[in-house]
Design a protein around this ligand. Structure first.
Ligand SMILES: *[C@@H]1O[C@H](CO)[C@@H](O)[C@H](O)[C@H]1NC(C)=O
Ligand SMILES: *[C@@H]1O[C@H](CO)[C@@H](O)[C@H](O)[C@H]1NC(C)=O
Length: 205
């Protein structure tokens, strides 16, 4: 009985999930103003440089527009230039399948009393080299996207900036780790060789 109930509720849950889950980006209204500190065309270093992001409701929308906003998430997103020929970064209208914005910057509860909020983000060390912009999504209490805002225009051509990955910059560290593994392989062989010799000499006795 309990297990049947469980299965039924699981079924209902997944049904609700499919009806609820599909949010199309094209259905969202751009009500959020988002800005980020990097200037158009600047080059930042992953793991080092900071980005200040600022967000709030565009005040030309009527009071109460953000009535159902519960949370806001800021994300780092690939510009079209860095998506070309890379299916794993593809833009899909269905937000469940969209790969444009893969990097979380910050998530905060929506605060209606503030016209703008900001956050300083140190670019994560594993961010790949690419051209980016910043986008914010507002979520309702069901966790669905209900509005957005971004630092670039609708066609994603303005205010883009570049991030340089750590690889290729901290080569001394990489070289050190290669040397270390070479050393361990050599010492392993050395160890076996010594053991073999020891074995031989003791059998001679
Ligand atoms: C970024 O912020 C961190 C923490 O506040 C600070 O230690 C670091 O020096 C900043 N980096 C740059 C390049 O300003
Ligand atoms: C705020 O929203 C209005 C109405 O959609 C729009 O015309 C205006 O460009 C927006 N302001 C900014 C700074 O994006």
């Amino acid at each position: 009985m309990a297990s049947r109930l469980f299965i039924v509720s699981l079924l209902l849950f997944s049904l609700a999930g499919t009806c609820y889950g599909e949010v199309l980006f094209s259905s969202l209204t751009r009500t959020l103003l988002v800005s980020a500190s990097p200037k158009q065309g600047s080059v930042l270093k992953a793991g080092d440089d900071n980005i200040t992001v600022t967000w709030g409701l565009n005040q030309s929308f009527p009071v109460g527009t953000d009535g159902e906003y519960k949370n806001v998430k800021l994300k780092l997103c690939y510009a079209p230039f860095s998506q070309k020929d890379r299916a794993w970064r593809k833009t899909v209208d269905n937000l469940k399948k969209d790969k444009t914005c893969q990097f979380a910057i910050v998530a905060r509860p929506w605060d209606m009393s503030k016209t703008d909020q900001s956050f300083v983000w140190t670019i994560e060390r594993d961010t790949p080299t690419a051209t980016y912009f910043v986008r914010a999504y507002a979520y309702n209490s069901a966790g669905q996207e209900v509005a957005f805002g971004q630092t670039t225009d609708g066609k994603k051509t303005t205010n883009l900036f570049e991030i340089q990955a750590i690889t290729g910059r901290h080569t001394s560290l990489d070289i050190a780790s290669v040397c270390f593994s070479a050393f361990s392989v050599v010492s392993l062989f050395g160890f076996f060789y010594m053991e073999k010799r020891k074995g031989k000499s003791s059998s001679k006795k």
